[in-house]
Ligand binder design. Structure first.
Ligand SMILES: [Zn+2]
Length: 350
């Protein structure tokens, strides 16, 4: 029996063609080893990463040399989550927004590990938005991020962008007094969450203008802990950074990138488009992108996301939504051997 016969709801071929690195990176950290990406195998006691990803025109799977086992994308999800075949297909279809046979409406799927009390269908959760007064009260040029920007770009342009994107400064975090606040404000002006991040401002350091990786958090939760927002507030992150500017500039082309830093650095350099950021690699969901309806959208993924983003945006549903064009800019200009490279890296090095 062919896989399609036992699974009339999901297109197994499409799900198994989701780039294996995108699938594995949802569960494990990938490292580059020579020409291949590798990670620690979770099915044996692995110290030296031995799960190798094979990803090219003919192959799209992971192989563990110790276990001598090969995993397709669906196999990998099944093994990593304990889901059965249909459960894994359902999870992948939703996570990567593809592979659902036309006409099939998937039921709301709740992972097995949740008990009845813990699982709340999304539509009964009442999400809270953060009051705009809080965001406006934080707008400032004092953050580490804006200090870095000021060194690289025209200060008048930077001040303009601080106001446009409502970039804030948060002084009360445990480690740094100058965290930048990146608000996610949707096209209706609702603030979904506030991302706190700190950037190295030491111009002598090789880390100048790079974020301190381990130090990033969501301010919504902190405001609840401090009693500023009600105790039962629940936030979602389903909103792109800069989405509130879409209605302000309805006829401008849009440039979509991964991180807020990329959007701001891009906007500092090129002012004739609306720059917005998905927030992270996995955020290209239809619900989040709906606000781009009918727009011309140039997409510049980070180097390590080009495959995944191209795949997600090539679905019929996405193509009907907006005119997405994915650029491989970051692949073309990345220095040899650099696994990570984004448009801000390019602009700041020129
Ligand atoms: Zn193994």
């Amino acid at each position: 029996m062919r896989a399609a016969d036992i699974n009339p709801r999901y297109d197994v071929g499409v799900l198994n063609s989701i780039p294996i690195d995108s699938v594995v990176s949802r569960f494990a950290e990938l490292k580059r080893k020579g020409a291949r990406l590798v990670t620690k195998c979770i099915w044996h006691d692995d110290h030296d990463p031995s799960l190798v990803l094979y990803q090219n025109n003919q192959e799209n799977h992971a192989y563990c040399f110790t276990c001598a086992k090969r995993y397709t994308p669906i196999d990998y999800v099944m093994q990593s989550t304990g889901l059965d075949f249909l459960g894994a297909c359902a999870w992948m279809a939703r996570e990567f927004n593809c592979g659902i046979i036309e006409g099939y409406v998937p039921r709301v799927y709740v992972p097995k590990i949740l008990t009845a009390n813990q699982s709340r269908p999304k539509d009964v959760i009442r999400y809270t938005y953060i009051p705009m007064e809080i965001v406006d009260g934080m707008v400032s040029c004092e953050s580490s991020f804006v200090k870095c920007l000021m060194r690289e770009f025209d200060p008048n342009r930077v001040e303009f962008l601080v106001d446009e994107y409502k970039l804030g400064c948060y002084e009360y975090s445990h480690e740094y007094y100058d965290d930048v606040v990146f608000p996610s404000i949707d096209e209706k002006g609702r603030v979904h969450n506030l991302k706190l991040q700190n950037y190295c401002t030491d111009v002598e350091s090789e880390h100048f203008f790079h974020s301190r990786d381990k130090h990033f958090c969501w301010l919504g939760k902190i405001l609840v802990e401090k009693g500023i927002l009600p105790k039962d507030s629940v936030f979602d992150n389903d909103c792109m950074f800069g989405a509130h500017l879409l209605n302000k500039y309805p006829s401008d082309p849009v440039i979509l990138v991964e991180s807020p830093k990329n959007a701001i650095v891009g906007a500092a350099m090129f002012s004739d488009a609306v720059w917005i950021a998905a927030g992270n690699k996995g955020m290209l969901k239809y619900e989040v992108l709906k606000c781009l309806k009918g727009r011309d959208v140039m997409v510049y993924p980070d180097r390590d996301a080009i495959g995944e983003w191209t795949h997600v945006l090539s679905s019929a549903k996405m193509r009907a939504l907006a005119n997405f064009k994915v650029g491989s800019f970051c692949e073309l200009f990345a220095p040899q051997g650099a696994a990570k490279y984004d448009i801000a890296d390019y602009i700041l090095s020129h």
